[in-house]
Design a protein around this ligand. Structure first.
Ligand SMILES: Nc1nc2c(ncn2[C@@H]2O[C@H](COP(=O)(O)OP(=O)(O)OP(=O)(O)O)[C@@H](O)[C@H]2O)c(=O)[nH]1
Ligand SMILES: [Mg+2]
Length: 397
């Protein structure tokens, strides 16, 4: 990190910093502006005082630092931020495209953009999971339209890293959300289909920030009840809804173990026609089982409700429960506490996924690492020693 950034982030004045270095404020300004390079002793001191965050490279490489945005780029981001705040959908789409891009220049733009967006604590983030075909998209269409009619601005995102169809699974879902997808108070975005779950989750989290800054107060995040995406979605929403088919237990339905325990709300869908009776039975079975379920972040016992997304039955009860859940958690503070925790958690999640990427690109490709792997394959080196050698290299790098 360069020194200027360091002082800004840690809110240290130039004067105070120059004093701790034992140099004049003028000398420090010259180092910061790049007019002069600090001598070795000063570099070492800076390294120590900043806990290694500012090192010699940050001075020598400063002049050709690619990590800087041009004035034109900064201006562009400023314009996007302003337009997003006005609720401009085209700019919102532009912003999300930048967030989802893998180009380095876009990454820098995206960081600047996200740092300028106002946070919005008035929104409700609703996660929805359930096996393919349970009716998540149809439910979001019906429920979403009800909310739009009540004056809300509704957005729909998806986390589906397994999908490599262009545009992700929601593209197909747009045909399930025919009314919502053309409504000016709704915004539907397919899952970023490239990359690992960690990357997709980060992009979804960042998109949520854009949508909230644009005034969307209801954010649906849909994911399939298979794979690992549920936990990622659970960690980005205020309330987590698990949708079930009107027959059989969760194992029979193919719902992964542990998902039911995460639910703040269970909804048995398709309670219509000749499925209604089984929906009632499934609902009461789950209601009875609820007493056994551990509460993860709840002030309410998770509710089990029944609905038909096609006939719009049960939708109001679901909305009332969500409102009650959010109101209680806002009043007792757990809503805000949860969002704070989620923010911190995303730092570690983002770091993990960046580290994974770094190992893939910069470590596995090193000749000496390849040699170590060969040695392990030939039984000349054991796994623990190999791991230690590579980790030592990684942590000293
Ligand atoms: N009878 C009945 N059918 C429904 C209901 N909701 C959805 N369906 C049907 O169930 C099928 C799957 O619906 P989707 O909304 O695409 O399900 P999904 O959970 O989003 O599926 P994926 O996105 O593939 O995971 C469609 O044929 C819907 O018409 C309902 O309330 N009643
Ligand atoms: Mg769907």
């Amino acid at each position: 990190m360069n020194l200027k950034e360091y002082l800004k982030i840690f809110k240290i004045s130039n004067l105070d910093f120059s004093k701790s270095l034992g140099i004049s404020n003028v000398s420090l300004s010259r180092y910061i502006s790049g007019d002069r390079l600090p001598e070795r002793k000063i570099l070492e001191k800076i390294f120590q005082i900043t806990d290694g965050l500012v090192d010699a490279n940050d001075f020598y490489l400063e002049k050709k630092n690619p990590n800087l945005l041009s004035e034109i780029q900064k201006q562009k981001i400023k314009e996007i931020v302003n337009e997003i705040k006005k609720g401009n959908r085209n700019y919102l789409a532009k912003a999300i495209t930048i967030i989802e891009s893998t180009l380095l220049s876009h990454k820098l733009e995206s960081n600047l953009l996200l740092s300028k967006l106002p946070s919005n604590q008035n929104s409700i983030r609703i996660g929805i999971t359930g096996v393919p075909g349970v009716g998540k998209s149809t439910f979001i269409e019906t429920f979403g339209m009800t909310l739009v009619d009540l004056g809300h601005k509704v957005s729909v995102l998806a986390v589906d890293p397994s999908s490599n169809k262009s545009g992700g699974s929601i593209l197909g879902d747009k045909t399930r959300m025919t009314k919502l997808s053309v409504n000016k108070n709704a915004f539907i975005r397919p899952s970023p289909s490239q990359g690992h779950l960690g990357g997709v989750a980060k992009k979804t989290n960042d998109s949520i920030s854009c949508l909230e800054a644009a005034g969307f107060d209801i954010i649906f995040v849909e994911t399939m009840g298979v794979g690992q995406a549920e936990t990622a979605v659970y960690d980005m929403v205020d309330i987590f809804l698990v949708m079930l088919l009107p027959s059989g237990g969760d194992e029979l339905q193919g719902i992964k173990k542990g998902i039911i325990e995460m639910a703040d709300l269970i909804v048995v869908n398709k309670a219509d026609g000749n499925l209604k009776k089984s929906a009632e039975i499934t609902t009461s079975e789950y209601k009875n089982a609820q007493t056994m379920i551990s509460k993860m972040r709840k002030d309410l016992t998770p509710e089990v409700l029944m609905c038909s997304s096609i006939e719009s039955f049960g939708i109001n009860e679901i909305w009332n429960y969500i409102k009650k859940f959010i109101e209680i958690s806002r009043n007792n503070g757990s809503f805000f506490e949860n969002r704070q925790k989620q923010k911190i958690k995303s730092i570690w999640n983002n770091l993990n996924s960046r580290l994974e990427f770094y190992i893939e690109k910069n470590i596995k490709t090193k000749e000496f690492v390849k040699k170590i792997i060969k040695d392990v394959e030939n039984n000349n080196l054991d796994v623990n020693n190999a791991t230690d050698i590579i980790f030592d290299y990684l942590s000293n790098n």
